[in-house]
Design a protein around this ligand. Sequence first.
Ligand SMILES: NC(=O)c1ccc[n+]([C@@H]2O[C@H](COP(=O)([O-])OP(=O)(O)OC[C@H]3O[C@@H](n4cnc5c(N)ncnc54)[C@H](OP(=O)(O)O)[C@@H]3O)[C@@H](O)[C@H]2O)c1
Length: 180
Amino acid sequence: MCNMIVAIDQYGRIGRDDKLLWHCPEDLKHFKDLTTGKIIIIGKRTLEGIGRMLPKREHIVVGRDFHSSELIKELQKSDKFTAIHISGLDEFLVDIAEDVDSAWVVGGAGVYAYFMPYVRRLVISHIELYDEHNPPQFGDVYFPYIDLRDASTVNVLDVKEINDRNSGVKTLRIVEYLFE
Ligand SMILES: NC(=O)c1ccc[n+]([C@@H]2O[C@H](COP(=O)([O-])OP(=O)(O)OC[C@H]3O[C@@H](n4cnc5c(N)ncnc54)[C@H](OP(=O)(O)O)[C@@H]3O)[C@@H](O)[C@H]2O)c1
């Protein structure tokens, strides 16, 4: 089992060109609050899009080929950084089962898809965007399918009216879904 955190817009998009489609400091703060001091399980492409490690978090980076990435070669010098081949993830899942709350799966789509069958706690930031910034066809990475009606518990953690046309974000609604 695992915990997962994601921000999704009204079209199911989570990113484009290895980046997010929006800039929402309120949501970044929420992400930081939940993941600081924890292990984060992150896809190679997402890490490359960020371009650095996130402070005060242990990183498990998932990929198939790490040799072609100069960034990953550099980060492997850190004791807070481990690169895991996707074929080793089953074993890793057994390890984190001992203490599920010590780790968060933080994406991207490839990593979410792998861990989806094992999700126990899913925290979604539902981001409503202004269409003029990000028209519906603009985006190339989507959150994998999950039927949220299967959640046994749904807790609304926060609702914020952002109304910021510069960042493109209209509203932010953070919801926790428990699958138990
Ligand atoms: N909105 C959010 O909350 C959020 C969160 C995270 C990321 N994102 C966005 O998501 C996008 C990146 O997602 P992504 O799916 O392209 O990349 P990703 O999941 O970050 O990384 C994909 C890479 O990881 C490896 N990988 C991991 N799991 C895999 C699997 N199940 N099947 C195949 N390969 C797997 C592959 O490495 P190899 O290339 O070595 O084979 C693949 O290239 C970016 O736009 C990022 O900004 C959004």
